[in-house]
Design a protein around this ligand. Sequence first.
Ligand code: HPA
Length: 280
Amino acid sequence: MNEFFTRAQSEGAAAIIQNRSRYQPTVGLILGSGLSSLGDAIQYPDIIPYREIPHWPVSTVHGHSGRLLLGNLEGQQVLVMQGRAHFYEGYSMSHLTLPVRVMNILGIKTLLVTNAAGGINAGFQVGDLMLIRDQLNFPGMAGHNPLRGPNDDSAGPRFPDMSEPYDGALRAMAHQVARTAGFTLQEGVYACVAGPNYESPAELRFLRLAGADAVGMSTAPEVLVARHAGMRVLGISTITNMVNLDPLNAAGVSHEEVLAVGSSVIPRLVRLIHGVLSQL
Ligand code: HPA
């Protein structure tokens, strides 16, 4: 498998999507573990299974359905990814983020990205929604960066600025939507790790010291590619478990737990996403 995917490959995937859909989306949505049902609200969707799109990375993980939905949501034409692939499944970072490059080619200007995350901040609770203010991209800092390799100058610069990975105005809009709907949102720093193992207590204490409020195995690479192309990004973590920083307390995390909590936050996440879309 190639490490680096080219502009031509992204254009090939974009052409298939354009051929198979009536819509011209300007907003992209990536739905993480246990959150796929968020796509059910789309009216008259055009549905494309990932395996029918050339080069599209397909997830093998339970809880991630693999299809693309295009349609109308709250007055916006949207492209929704129901499920995403992960680095730990064996994809290169460039392959993993091909969908975001395709979104850019399709004319998408705003990316809403969701994930399941473990809560590190002691003020968080299972079931909280956290707006991502900033990210620590550990795989990226260690060399697994989706922007490594030949730069596509037509997409963005060789050395992209990352001083505001997550858009402040979109975050303010999300807080406002939540306030109106009667719930509050946490806000914090998302640490991306490669996985697939959940973290050891020592790793978690390290992440906390580094300033992380939540930890997960996705999102940061997608956001780098979106920002490289100048897209605005809103990131939302669902806190599916509180992590265990104490080696003397052997409480662990399971994937089932992560999926179950996903379903309990869906009503709030739906209201949040609908509210933000209606104000774009
Ligand atoms: N760690 C890493 N990824 C996760 C977690 C976690 O505790 N919960 C959900 N995704």
